[in-house]
Every structure is written in C-alpha cells, then in structure tokens.
Design a protein. Structure first.
Length: 309
C-alpha cells in the first residue's frame, strides 16, 4: 500500500511548482533566442508589435471571461502607467541589446535585477535592509562590474542599453510590489498593451515585410512569451515564491547553450565569473528576504486578533 501511494506523495505542490518554474525559464530562454534571431532581420519595433499583438489575442478572451472591471477600475492608475512604461522600456532595451551582445551576456545583466530591487527598496518602498543584504548587494554590483567588461569590439552603447533595460526591469518589479491587489492577468494585459503601442510607434521605421515562415516565427514569439508568463504565475500559486524564485537562474545555462548552438557565442570567462557572483548575491538576498518574511509572520498577531466582531 505504501509503495502505491509513494508516487502521489512525491508530487507535492512545491515540487510541481518548481517543475513549472523550470519550464517557464526554458520557455523564456526560447523566447529570448527566437527574439535575437528575428532582430537580426527585423526592427525591434516590428518584433515587439507582432509579439505583443499575438499575445494580446490569446490573453483578451481570458480577461473578457473574468470581467473587464479589473482593467477599467484598476488601482492606482498613475502607478499602473509607470509600470507599463518601465516594462516597455525593459523589453525594448532587451531586444536592442541582443542585436549587439551575446545572449548569455545580456541574460547575466538581467539576472542582476534582484540586486537592484534590493538596493532600491529601502528608498522607494521603505523596506528595511540589514547589513547582510547590503553586503550581498555590494557583492552583486561587483559581479556586474566584472561582467560588464566587454570583449572584442562590443560597443559601449550596447552595454548602456542593457543596463538601462535591467534598471527598468527592477523598477517594474518594485512598482508591481505595490500593486499586489491587481490581478495577474490585468498586469500582463497592461504590459502587453504598452508593448503594442511602442511597437506601433516604432515599427514603421525600417519595416521589412516578413516571409510566411518568419511571420509564423514572430507569432510564435508571442505564444511562447504568454505561456512563460502563465507558467510563472502558476508556479508561484503552487509553491511559495521563495521556493521557486531561485530557479530563475536556470536562465543562464539556457542562454549559454542556446547562444552557443544558434549564434556561435562562446561565453567569456569574465562574464561567467561575474554571472556566478551575481547568482550567489541573488541567492543570499532571497534567503535573507525569506527569513525576514517568516520572522514577521511569526511575530504578527493571529488573524482577527483585536478586531471587532
């Protein structure tokens, strides 16, 4: 009897959540590789336009089914607008950066976002950051500086675009923290809408009429991105975010492998060293944040304590 129940017991929500998060990171990596392939032929605005349009076509029926009130009456409209601006700048900078930089290099810069979030949270959100986390933040910045050393004739402008994109991503995460009451589908809808508007504005400049195969690939980019977002949302519902979040760092080996297979990109030793330092820094920050949340939860009074009934 015990052996019969063993497989079912092994499939705990936490383990399923980890598996779904790993799938999400694989999909994001595939999305990034397809995007890098496409921006070699098509403008960033054109790629962003088709990607966002296809993803919205998939998402809108789900939003409509659950009701449009969450969109029409979204909390803090100006903060929602700011998050859309940050998310649009982030994705635009990412596609611009991969035109000139190896995929693994760009992914390394984006994996430093938790370091920026931790560094900015005391000033923008009033969160308390202890000495251990400050040391981890400093360690993460050292990793970024090591990874920033370009190889060959890489233009410094491309590096700056990547850094701006990473900062925009961190600000998007920070604004998202203050919009916890907004449903995930609403946040993703606004995010895709911002990308669509930016794509409409930029696509006419340097427009290249895609072939049937490339049009299908552009559409696939939107489908893969949507599936990746769905998997991330499902993962954090199946397991605690602190359990699944560290698995985002599997993006890096995916980027190294896909970059080598499809673009003949050989990772630089300094980039890999910087990436390892950034990952260690991010994991320390996650561990400290998790312990702080657990301590705050343990110290909080039981639900309903002291309330009038």
């Amino acid at each position: 009897m015990a052996s019969t129940n063993a497989p079912a017991a092994a499939l705990t929500p936490a383990r399923i959540g980890i598996a779904v998060m790993l799938l999400a990171m694989a999909l994001f990596s595939l999305n990034d590789a397809i995007g890098k392939w496409l921006v070699a032929t098509y403008s960033v605005g054109q790629v962003l336009l088709v990607r966002s349009a296809v993803a919205l076509l998939i998402l809108v029926p789900f939003v409509w089914k659950t009701g449009s009130a969450s969109i029409l009456n979204a909390e803090r409209p100006w903060l929602q607008f700011a998050r859309v601006v940050f998310s649009t700048v982030e994705v635009f900078c990412f596609y611009c950066a991969v035109v000139y930089l190896p995929l693994a290099d760009v992914m390394t810069f984006w994996l430093a976002a938790p370091v920026y979030v931790a560094a900015l949270s005391p000033f923008l959100l009033g969160e308390k950051v202890g000495p251990v986390r400050w040391m981890a933040i400093c360690l993460g910045f050292v990793g970024v500086l090591i990874a920033l050393r370009p190889s060959g004739e890489v233009e410094p402008v491309a590096i700056m675009v990547a850094i701006v994109g990473t900062l925009a991503f961190a600000l998007m995460v920070l604004t998202g923290r203050t919009l916890r009451g907004t449903p995930d589908k609403t946040l993703v809808f606004f995010q895709l809408l911002g990308g669509l508007i930016a794509g409409l504005a930029a696509a006419p400049f340097g427009w290249v009429t895609p072939s049937g195969a490339d049009l299908a690939l552009l559409g696939t980019l939107g489908v893969v991105a949507m599936l990746a977002h769905i998997c991330v949302n499902r993962a954090v519902k199946l397991a605690d975010a602190a359990v699944v979040a560290p698995f985002q760092y599997t993006l890096l080996p995916w980027a190294v492998v896909l970059g080598w297979l499809f673009f003949d990109d050989v990772p630089r030793p300094l980039m890999l060293a910087g990436a390892v330092i950034i990952v260690i820094s991010g994991l320390i920050i996650y561990v400290r944040d998790t312990r702080a949340r657990r301590a705050a939860t343990a110290a909080a009074p039981p639900a309903g304590f002291g309330e009038n009934t």
